[in-house]
Design a protein around this ligand. Structure first.
Ligand code: PGA
Length: 256
C-alpha cells in the first residue's frame, strides 16, 4: 500500500508588516485564493494582532494565528493581548517563544507561561525554539533541549495534540542570515526534537507532534527542504509577505 502523503503545514509570520490594513487585506485574500486551491496543505497566517479581526471574516481555508500572547490571563497590562482575546476574534493558533520575543526579554519561564495561557484558551501552540549559534561541541543541542523542556514539562499531556514545534535557529533568521539550515540538518533536528517530545509524552505523541523549520525559507530553497528535510512544515517570515513566493511554496507542499 502506498504510504499516505504528509499534510504539510505552511505557516506565515508577518511580524510587524504590512503598514496598512488595506495592504494586509489584499495580501490575505491573494493567499486565501491560493490556499483554497491547495486542500492538501495546511496554511496558517499570523498577522499583527491588530489586523487579525479584519482578516478573520475572509479566513476560510487559511487558519489565523497571532504572533504572541501575554503570560497573564487578563488585567492591568497596557498594550498586551491575551490568549482569550485572540481566541475570541477567531484566531486558532499562537506563536510563542519566537526568538525576536526572546530577544525582547522573554525567558524560558515566560515562554512557558505564555504557552499555558494559549493552550488553556483553546489556541494551538506554535512553540519556537532554536539556538543562537552553532558550536563544535554540539552544545546547541542542549540549548534547544532546555528551551523545549522548559515548556513541555509544564504542559498537561491532554494538550499535547495542540502543540507544534517550530525549530528556528536564530542564526538562520532574517535578512542578515547568510543561509538557511541544510535539508539534512533540518532532518537531524526534526528527529532530535521528536525524541525530546517522546521523552516527555511518549513515543506515539513524539512521532505525531509536527515539527516545522523556520529561517530564511524562500521559494527557491523550500522545495528541497520539503522533499528532504523530514519535517512537517515551514514557518516563513519575509517570504510570507510576498503572495507569489508563498503561493509557490504552497504548491511544493502540495506536491511532496
Ligand atoms: P525569515 O523569518 O523567514 O524572514 O528568516 C523566519 C521567522 O522569524 O519566523
Amino acid at each position: 500500500m502506498a504510504k499516505a502523503r504528509k499534510r504539510f503545514v505552511i505557516a506565515g509570520n508577518w511580524k510587524m508588516n504590512p503598514d496598512s490594513a488595506e495592504a494586509a487585506k489584499a495580501l490575505f485574500s491573494a493567499l486565501e485564493r491560493k490556499a483554497k486551491k491547495a486542500p492538501k496543505a495546511s496554511v496558517i497566517i499570523c498577522p499583527p494582532a491588530l489586523f487579525a479581526p479584519l482578516l478573520a471574516k475572509s479566513a476560510k481555508k487559511i487558519a489565523l494565528g497571532v504572533q504572541d500572547v501575554d503570560a497573564r490571563e487578563r488585567g492591568a497590562y497596557t498594550g498586551s493581548v491575551s490568549a482569550l482575546q485572540a481566541k475570541s476574534i477567531g484566531a486558532s493558533y499562537s506563536i510563542v517563544g519566537h526568538s525576536e520575543r526572546r530577544a525582547a526579554g522573554d525567558t524560558d519561564d515566560v515562554v512557558a507561561e505564555k504557552s499555558l495561557r494559549a493552550l488553556e484558551a483553546g489556541l494551538k501552540l506554535i512553540l519556537c525554539v532554536g539556538e543562537r549559534q552553532r558550536d563544535a561541541n554540539a552544545e546547541y543541542l542542549q540549548a534547544v533541549r532546555s528551551q523545549l523542556l522548559a515548556v513541555l514539562e509544564k504542559v498537561d499531556k491532554k494538550h499535547s495534540s495542540s502543540i507544534m514545534i517550530a525549530y528556528e535557529p536564530v542564526w538562520a533568521i532574517g535578512k542578515d542570515a547568510k543561509a538557511p539550515l541544510s535539508p539534512e540538518g533540518i532532518h537531524e533536528m526534526t528527529i532530535f526534537i521528536k525524541k525530546i517530545v517522546a521523552e516527555r509524552f511518549g513515543k506515539a505523541i513524539g512521532l505525531k507532534t509536527p515539527v516545522l523549520y523556520g529561517g530564511s525559507v524562500n521559494a527557491e530553497n523550500a522545495e528541497k527542504m520539503l522533499s528532504d528535510g523530514g519535517m512537517d512544515g515551514l514557518l516563513i517570515g519575509r517570504q510570507s509577505l510576498d503572495a507569489e513566493s508563498l503561493s509557490n511554496i504552497i504548491d511544493y507542499a502540495t506536491k511532496h
